[in-house]
Design a protein around this ligand. Structure first.
Ligand SMILES: N[C@@H](CCC(=O)N[C@@H](CS)C(=O)NCC(=O)O)C(=O)O
Length: 216
């Protein structure tokens, strides 16, 4: 079967996986899951059978069905040749994971759709306070990421040298999110430089939310 990526054009977790798939040259079918239609297709029983968490992305290649973008990317890296997204050197590999996990575990979830919905619908948080919440946590996260990259021993065009890694797959979507929520990026020159290096690379360009079939 042709592998399927269940995603949503603006989902930054799905965006990470699209970049990784493109970097590794893996063909796949994009299956849109509309996160906002009705209550959200991700919360319907049909989708929860694929991922009980009710979150995209989900990867299904006929051998394995997986959720969690970082688990998917590591699986793809271990089962396909081409560009290595996790470097061989254990110390560098750990640094790449440290950076990716800081985004995926500590920055992204706090501004996730279900969290924002809970803030407004259950706790009655007004929109301007919600925006402050998002900007605050993204800015705090980006400050830490900027410091991490400032201490890279052998800097290159990408986060950790001259090859894109899992770190770049996570950074570019997070910066897309930051811009979307109006976070000023002036104080993050290294992150902005890496982003500018990634954007023209075909694998990153084609993964952009606005180029996806379900883009609005
Ligand atoms: N840690 C998960 C996060 C997945 C996630 O939060 N996906 C979001 C889109 S970026 C989602 O499906 N949100 C739906 C919702 O919040 O209801 C991963 O890396 O895959």
């Amino acid at each position: 079967m042709t592998p399927v990526l269940y995603g949503y054009f603006r989902s930054s977790a799905a965006y990470r996986v699209r970049i990784a798939l493109n970097l590794k040259g893996i063909a796949y079918k994009h299956q849109p899951v509309h996160l906002l239609r009705d209550v959200g297709e991700q919360l319907k029983d049909d989708f929860r059978r694929l991922n009980p968490q009710g979150l995209v992305p989900v990867w299904d290649d006929g051998k394995v069905r997986l959720a969690q973008s970082l688990a998917i990317i590591e699986y793809l890296d271990e089962t396909h040749g081409g560009v290595r997204l996790l470097p061989d050197d254990p110390a560098l590999r750990a640094k790449v994971r440290q950076f990716a996990l800081a985004i995926a575990c500590d920055v992204h979830p706090i501004a996730n759709l279900r969290v924002l919905k809970y803030l407004s619908q259950e706790l009655g948080v007004p929109d301007d306070a919600k925006t402050r919440w998002i900007r605050h946590w993204i800015t705090a996260g980006l400050q830490a990421l900027e410091s991490m990259l400032a201490s890279v021993e052998r800097p290159g065009n990408f986060c950790f040298g001259d090859q894109p890694t899992l770190a770049d797959c996570c950074l570019v979507p997070q910066l897309f999110n930051a811009r979307r929520f109006g976070v000023a990026l002036d104080e993050f020159p290294i992150l902005a430089r890496v982003d500018s290096a990634c954007q023209p690379v075909e694998a990153f360009r084609l993964a952009h939310p606005q180029l996806q079939p379900d883009a609005e």
